[in-house]
Design a protein around this ligand. Structure first.
Ligand SMILES: [Zn+2]
Length: 209
């Protein structure tokens, strides 16, 4: 039962998408959909013989959802978005003001929140609601594999921005404290930047008020 993860980066903010697969069953999951990544991720899955059966969005910011509709069309897979983010997903771009290109509105097939579980082959990924950067932000945590896909909550060396509309620094601190309860060796796959671990980030996370 092996969980395999590949990273794809797209868009002006170098946003990460993840192709996650149970290599025993060939079942795959796409996490986030930055600009111009859908075809590349689909081709990568096809090359491995994996079938992308679901698309999960960590939060509503446009750099994470720009290719979500394209991904759904290519993979014929449903989109799961965070509970509460439906209005923001349907009006992408509003968080960062005027964009000079259009982001297709996203209407998720399903909304997921804290306590929900995503099944991927033999794996079970727990949905964690981690607000702060964005009110409805979720992460996917696989305790058996020891990995968390954290979106824009934790990056190497710091937390996600809390100066954006809808952001909440106090909520972010609560979310970070919750992440500190995970096993220290847990690998963190962030929404931007390189993978890290809870242990590597614990000092600055603990130092926050
Ligand atoms: Zn964001």
């Amino acid at each position: 039962m092996t969980l395999h993860c590949e990273t794809f980066t797209g868009g002006p903010f170098e946003t990460n998408a993840y192709l996650v697969a149970d290599t025993d069953t060939g079942e795959a999951l796409a996490i986030d959909a930055p600009q111009n990544t859908a075809r590349i991720i689909k081709a990568a899955a096809d090359a491995k013989g994996w079938r992308i059966g679901q698309i999960v969005l960590t939060h509503s910011h446009w750099d994470h959802i720009a290719d979500a509709v394209a991904m759904r069309d290519l993979c014929e897979a449903p989109i799961a978005g965070p509970v509460g983010a439906e209005a923001a997903l349907a009006a992408p771009g509003t968080f960062f003001g005027g964009l000079d290109f259009a982001i297709p509105p996203v209407v998720p097939d399903r909304s997921i929140g804290d306590g929900d579980t995503i099944a991927l082959g033999g794996h079970r990924l727990a949905v964690l609601h981690l607000p702060g950067h964005e009110p409805f932000h979720i992460a996917l945590y696989d305790p058996a594999a020891g990995v968390i896909f954290s979106g824009d909550v934790v990056f190497p060396g710091g937390a996600g921005r809390t100066d954006l509309p809808g952001a909440d620094p106090a909520a972010m601190h609560r979310s970070l404290r919750r992440l500190l309860e995970l096993p220290a060796e847990t690998t963190v796959y962030p929404g931007h930047g390189a993978p890290t671990t809870i242990a590597a980030e614990a000092d600055w996370m603990r130092a926050l008020p």
